[in-house]
Ligand binder design. Structure first.
Ligand code: GYE
Length: 312
């Protein structure tokens, strides 16, 4: 028995862990950094990563998961593009007995149960939206809103139905309730720069002069909106104030240039946390149901000093 125990130990340490990761796409600088973080961390840990880019389509994520099940991977990691519509595939994963780890965004099941995944390595979208809205409320003087009776807010929403857009939007609405900050228009830019620019262009055509503040659910849409403002002869950050969420390099550069007023960080560097979670599970340890990254807010004045230490 002693010998066979040793042999099976050997087998255990030499067996390579295979992770199938159904990523959303490459829609933003954030997403690119997230994919890199996960690829690097898995490589560093000696895991074999099957990486799938769903090009922002839920059906592609579902077929990637089916192929991970067919390949009998050891773990399935999923960054769910939207919150709903996963019930059938969640049952298939459950039947396969392959542990599921949610990465980044959240899921809402039809039966309200969270039993289908072991843990979620994510970000606190509600807190992000709330911190940013609170900062805007607290900095009215600096933003030039102090003497205004109402502040007209135009919201660039993320992907419709995504946890990130739903929670950031409702946090903003809750925080601005019964204040002079009124959301006049709200439209999705699908978390991309091109779409953010397009929506901003159309707002500037119809509502130029009426827009005080743009709240973008991510930096890429804000950067697109900034381009549209400049093309319309406006000074972003001055003529129209603008705030967003993520904290990618491009946003820090825009803040340094005075074109973006504040950014709420959302960390894409979750690769090491995912790897640690898998290593803990391999070692038979318990893992918490939810893990959130630490996230700070950066007003434009602090961007320059912070830039050199930014990792994405
Ligand atoms: O803010 C955005 C990306 O789900 C937190 O998705 C993520 C969001 C992020 O496309 O840039």
């Amino acid at each position: 028995p002693g010998v066979s125990a040793e042999a099976s130990d050997d087998k255990k340490t030499s067996k390579q862990v295979v992770v199938g990761f159904a990523q959303i796409g490459a829609e933003s600088e954030w997403r690119t950094a997230n994919s890199k973080s996960i690829k690097d961390a898995c490589e560093g840990a000696g895991f074999k990563l099957q990486f799938s880019d769903a090009q922002q389509k839920q059906e592609n994520q579902i077929s990637a998961i089916r192929s991970f099940i067919a390949q009998k991977v050891d773990y399935i990691a999923l960054a769910p593009i939207v919150e709903t519509g996963w019930d059938t595939i969640l049952k298939e994963i459950e039947d396969s007995k392959i542990p599921l780890i949610l990465v980044d965004r959240s899921i809402k099941t039809a039966d309200g149960s969270d039993k289908y995944w072991i843990t979620r390595v994510g970000e606190d979208f509600y807190k992000e939206g709330k911190q940013l809205a609170q900062w805007v409320k607290d900095n009215q003087e600096k933003l030039g809103f102090k003497d205004k009776a109402t502040v007209n807010v135009y919201q660039l929403e993320g992907t419709v139905g995504s946890g990130a857009a739903v929670d950031r939007g409702s946090a903003w609405a809750d925080t601005m309730k019964d204040t002079k900050f009124k959301t006049i228009k709200s439209q999705t830019g699908n978390f991309t720069r091109a779409k953010g620019q397009e929506v901003m262009e159309s707002w500037l055509k119809s509502d130029k002069g009426n827009i005080d503040l743009v709240f973008a659910h991510n930096d890429d849409m804000a950067l697109g909106a900034i381009s549209a403002m400049e093309a319309a002869g406006l000074k972003p950050g001055i003529d129209i104030k603008i705030v967003s969420i993520d904290g990618v390099k491009g946003a820090f550069e825009a803040m340094i240039a005075g074109k973006l007023n504040a950014v709420q960080e959302c960390s894409p560097l979750t690769g090491p946390v995912l790897v640690q979670t898998i290593q803990d599970l391999e070692a038979g340890k318990e893992v918490p149901k939810l893990k959130y990254a630490e996230e700070k807010l950066f007003p434009m004045e602090e961007a320059k000093a912070a830039l050199s230490s930014r990792q994405y």
